[in-house]
Ligand binder design. Structure first.
Ligand code: PLP
Length: 507
């Protein structure tokens, strides 16, 4: 059988002999796309309705084989119809910008197509992952910690809550919750994945007690302590507290050290959700925002948010080695053989997944390419741009900044409202109502113009613009453009009728 010539042994794919050519075409396409994303004149989005996408690209999968060259054209069209999240005019989410080395890491991940469950099948990548986790843990002040890459911050938070549940109920794996009344404390500003994880873990959404915040959106540790005691008097079992380092809307950093004091006194698991702001640990100037993280039990941190690495690149790190395994192992003998090559390096039984992507490679490559100083500079730049953005907001008469994180160490989000001329003279309560509803209308009009994409969110009960300084390539011109665009749509728009309406009008 082995005597067949190589060409006879190879099979099937009509393109398998054109590997280099196809990959080169894809590289050209990607390079062209990214250079256009870097051009401030390129629209950030064409806002295509579904019909326009269908019209331009034959999406149906029921036809004959399409030659690769033609397929590349279709891919180009699909990319044109996508949002340019790498553009400096994209500040809609907690990620933007791009890093070509990290993109290469993503491609090589696909080329390797390894699965992280056993050392045997992913030997080099297992060690790469261990190194990245160890380095990130070191930034948090830990040695001897362990962790995993997960499919995102939400999943990292879920895994932290799984471990906290395990510690609170050591027999939960075999016996289930058995009517226990576990409680999770987190700031009212926490990401929704905390509540969703409580649902998934069978704790129920009512098990999550939202804690009040200060005027910067940071959890109040005295309110946290009060709620723990209250829960105990109600016969409930406090399980954990989730502190947020870089909240989704305000970019606020909870006072981790104060929260750790209470958590230690009360015997609670302390998880730090640093999905967004964990990267501040890499900056000498900003790491004090996470003071106390070294006392936490676990940490979520997404390199795909502040570090320009493509989605997804999130880790869960835990201070106590062995706990992930204890939570997740169910001893699948068919895969995790006792005589596997280096079974103590197998990570599959620490995970809630079976097959698991190699997400560590792109982070490792990007980190190597920038070095520690380059990583710190990337983070610093984003904080500095946010400060600049707030200066611009303050400098324009009709804009009002709702919170200034620079008064408490900094943050990358800028939340503000626009006082449209049409609202001049309205009594304060009516004006507030019109601003609340009007933010949505203004933002929608700005979005449809396609030059910039920035989001809005409720801030202290009022819908406000939330600008994220996620793109290190942004300049003052791009920051100003957002304000220009809002002024351009808002100057002549009559928002007065909104003062009389309820919430959520159509634009
Ligand atoms: C504070 C925080 N935690 C967790 C998440 C969830 O991360 P992911 O979108 O990667 O699931 C987010 C997402 O924005 C976040 O802001």
């Amino acid at each position: 059988m082995l005597s067949k010539r190589p060409s006879e042994r190879r099979s099937a794919s009509p393109n398998s002999d054109r590997v280099a050519e196809i990959l080169q075409a894809a590289a050209d396409l990607a390079a062209e796309y990214l250079s256009r994303s870097d051009d401030p004149e390129s629209p950030v989005t064409l806002n295509p309705p579904p019909s326009a996408i269908h019209q331009r690209v034959p999406l149906k999968l029921d036809g004959p084989a399409v030659p690769v060259d033609e397929l590349m054209e279709q891919a180009r069209d699909l990319m044109e119809l996508s949002v340019r999240t790498g553009s400096a005019n994209f500040s809609n989410q907690l990620f933007s910008g791009f890093d070509p080395v990290a993109i290469v890491g993503e491609w090589l991940t696909a080329v390797l197509n390894a699965s992280m469950y056993t050392y045997e099948v992913a030997p080099a990548m297992t060690l790469v992952e261990r190194e990245v986790i160890a380095r990130m843990g070191k930034a948090a002040g830990w040695t001897g910690c362990e962790g995993l890459f997960t499919p995102g911050g939400s999943l990292s938070n879920l895994m932290a809550m799984l471990m906290a549940r395990q510690r609170a109920l050591p027999k939960v794996k075999s016996l289930g919750l058995q009517g226990s009344k576990l409680v999770v404390f987190t700031s009212a500003e926490a990401h929704y994945s905390v509540e969703r994880a409580a649902v998934i873990l069978g704790l129920g959404s009512d098990s999550v007690v939202p804690i009040g915040q200060d005027r910067y959106g940071r959890m109040r540790s005295d309110a946290f302590e009060y709620e723990v005691k209250k829960a105990r008097t109600e016969g409930r079992q406090p399980m954990m507290v989730v502190a947020t380092a870089g909240s989704t809307v305000l970019g606020a950093f909870d006072p981790i050290a104060e929260i750790a004091d209470v958590a230690e006194r009360e015997g609670l698991w302390l998880h730090v959700d640093g999905a967004y702001g964990g990267s501040a640990l890499l900056s000498a100037k900003r790491k004090s925002l996470l003071n106390g993280v070294e006392r936490a039990d676990s940490l979520t941190w997404c390199a795909h948010k502040m570090l320009n690495v493509p989605l997804s690149a999130s880790v869960i790190i835990v201070r106590e080695p062995g706990l992930l395994h204890q939570c997740n192992a169910v001893h699948a003998e068919y895969l995790y053989h006792a005589d596997n090559d280096a079974p103590d390096l197998d990570t599959g039984e620490m995970s809630i997944q079976c097959g698991r992507r190699v997400d560590a490679l792109k982070v490792w490559l990007a980190w190597k390419a920038r070095g520690d100083a380059g990583m710190a500079a990337l983070v610093d730049r984003k904080f500095e741009l946010a400060t600049k953005m707030r200066e611009l907001v303050r400098g324009r008469e009709r804009f009002e900044l709702l919170s200034d994180p620079d008064e408490v160490g900094g943050g990358c989000n800028t939340c503000f409202v626009y006082h449209a001329p049409s609202l001049d003279g309205l009594p304060p309560e009516k004006k507030l109502r019109a601003i609340d509803a009007g933010t949505h209308v203004l933002r929608e009009r700005v979005r449809l113009r396609g030059r910039v994409l920035t989001n809005y969110a409720p801030v202290f009960g009022v819908r406000a613009f939330r600008h994220v300084s996620a793109n290190d390539r942004a300049t003052e011109a791009e920051l100003a453009l957002i304000l220009d665009e809002i002024e351009a749509v808002g100057a002549d728009l009559d928002l007065r009728p909104l003062a009389e309406q309820g919430t959520r009008p159509t634009p």
